[in-house]
Design a protein around this ligand. Structure first.
Ligand code: ATP
Length: 242
């Protein structure tokens, strides 16, 4: 199913315009990178897609967000998850006092069928053998990279059609970031679309099919990932070249 954002304008507290007419698409089975510096509007875009604008005193002034042709704006966050759109939040936010397995169970709260839950969990453990080894350990004792894997695994427990990730590489060593990139490709090959919000342009464009660059609430640049990675403005702004 396809995510479609068209002409999206979002305002906080009635005055702060964070998105100023954003057009963006994540096709079925695609990996799409959304890049941009601080304050560009990346988090706001994720809030618009996940139904959490209201909680942040923001609202859509104009435009639309649809998933599989059905509007997402105004939909309750829990119902967004039930429609197959799941976020891996920035900073991972695993439940530190719960075990790895309990964290995974928390991600499957909306999955009624016991057998389906067990199958989802086995898939997560197959993808992340480290989590299987540590299934009884408290999440707080995991390394940063392992916690990121757990946050991704937890999101996968509801078998999403579209996985959204907010800065999954933040604060992690390059080797672990590379591993996360591989994991995202694997998830995508298994049939889930991915929208990857990142400040780490090299990582994001390395795994994505296409990308968008947001600046001050607008799409400044978009195109195939390889083309964006080769562009001079991206190189000087985000890749430390130029
Ligand atoms: P960052 O990487 O720093 O999170 P971002 O690209 O995610 O940046 P947003 O957080 O979406 O950008 O911010 C876009 C604009 O909206 C900024 O001008 C920001 O100050 C404003 N903004 C974000 N959250 C709120 C809020 N809760 N209340 C008021 N203004 C907000």
């Amino acid at each position: 199913m396809e995510l479609d954002v068209s002409g999206l304008q979002v305002t906080y507290a009635g005055v702060i315009r964070a998105l100023r007419g954003v057009d963006l698409r994540v096709g079925a089975d695609e990996i799409v990178a959304v890049l941009g510096s601080n304050g560009a509007g990346k988090t706001t875009l994720l809030r618009a897609v996940t139904g959490s604008l209201k909680r942040h005193r923001a609202k859509v002034d104009k435009g639309q967000v649809t998933f599989g042709g059905r509007p997402l704006v105004g939909v309750d966050p829990v119902d967004v998850v039930n429609r197959g759109v799941v976020l891996v939040p920035e900073g991972r936010r695993v439940f530190g006092r719960l075990s790895v397995e309990e964290n995974l169970r928390a991600g499957a709260i909306s999955v009624r069928d016991r057998a389906a839950r067990a199958e989802a969990r086995n898939k997560v453990y197959a993808m992340f053998p480290r989590l299987a080894e540590r299934r009884r350990q408290r999440a707080a004792l995991l390394s940063g990279g392992e916690q990121q894997m757990l946050a991704i695994g937890r999101a996968l427990m509801s078998s999403p059609r579209l996985l959204l990730l907010d800065e999954p590489s933040l604060g992690l060593a390059p080797q672990i970031v590379a591993h996360i990139g591989e994991v995202l490709k694997e998830i995508n090959r298994a049939g889930t679309s991915v929208m990857l919000v990142e400040q780490n342009a090299a990582m994001a464009l390395g795994v994505a099919d296409r990308g968008y660059v947001l600046e001050l609430g607008r799409v400044e640049l978009s195109g195939p990932a390889a083309q964006l990675a080769a562009s001079d403005s991206i190189a000087s702004l985000y890749l430390g070249r130029g």
